[in-house]
Design a protein around this ligand. Sequence first.
Ligand SMILES: Cc1ncc(COP(=O)(O)O)c(C=O)c1O
Length: 377
Amino acid sequence: MKLFDVYPLYEVTPVKAKDVFVYDEKGTEYLDLYGGHAVISIGHSHPHYVRRLSEQLEQIAFYSNAIQNPMQQELAEGIATHSCLHDYRLFLCSTGAEAIENALKLASFHTGKKRVIAFNNAFHGRTSAAVAVTDNAAINAPLNQQHQVTFIDFNDSAALKKELQKEDVCAVIFESIQGVGGLDEPQAEFVQTMETLCNQHQACLIADEVQSGFGRSGMFFAFQQYNIRPHVITMAKGMGNGFPIGGILVHPDIKAKYGLLGTTFGGNYLACAASLAVLEVMEKEKLQARTLVLEAYFREKAAAFPEIKKIKGRGLMLGVEFDFEIATLRKALIYQHHIFTGGSSNKKLIRILPPLTVKEKHFDQFFQALRSVLDEL
Ligand SMILES: Cc1ncc(COP(=O)(O)O)c(C=O)c1O
């Protein structure tokens, strides 16, 4: 049987990985500055992660959400400690898109309304409502187009106000740092306006932290650099360091009811063990604070490159923008210098989303390779 061919693939076959490196079947070492779409947070196969998951597997791996699972409570407490969002409530699922679906569904249940405001260039996933609030017509099937969604620009307060005044909006969903869209951020004043207007018009503000959350931006959640309290916060990617786990944090104003949300796999023992291991390593190795040190180092090194137009993003969620398209550059980095980087819908920008355990010397390796590729282009 052949695979359903939906992914354009690089000619690399990883068989092993350790910390910031990935190895192919011939033993070639690749520096991973992409973390498989920002998923690898504490480094590939971190010993504590491997131990915690192995021990859990020996005990119990799965049961449905029909029994007591104290590990979910332990994870909720861990997330509360790291995020300081003690009064929010945790619901666990398995992917980013599932977190978005649940966030939007909850907003609709809570407000009794159904239109959503999303932003140009947004990416929120590929399932029903998640893809409908994603700004990419090519991945929206006619089925998905049935959702009522209005896209506006970041920082356009007048448009936001005009839409919310129609009183049919259940949610405004935003990324504090756009991921797939290319690392653009709303202005602080606009973020504050979003919260005020949502509260005035009984709409829920949803912060999509699927990519930027779990310490990557230097804050536990990227929205926490603003003084807002979103109604729902979505998370996934870095949460499990590769084990599929996602979740939402729900504001105390939104009340739970039996049957409101549900999932078979969400919050299983292995997923909880993976995410607890991530939080434990983050704390022990002070990874969140390190992201800001590494960002400063990256920006300082990048300043020596006249070809680099701009560095976007925060912490270890960075975009390097050039004034030319970067597809050839990325290929040269992978095939000649064995360095993984990411692309985005901005064709002139490479994304840097390394494991949070990356060190200055790895960035030195990247900039050395970049110099050599740029000289050859
Ligand atoms: C900001 C954001 N939200 C949601 C998603 C969807 O996550 P998943 O691919 O786990 O469904 C992504 C994935 O890239 C994302 O970047």
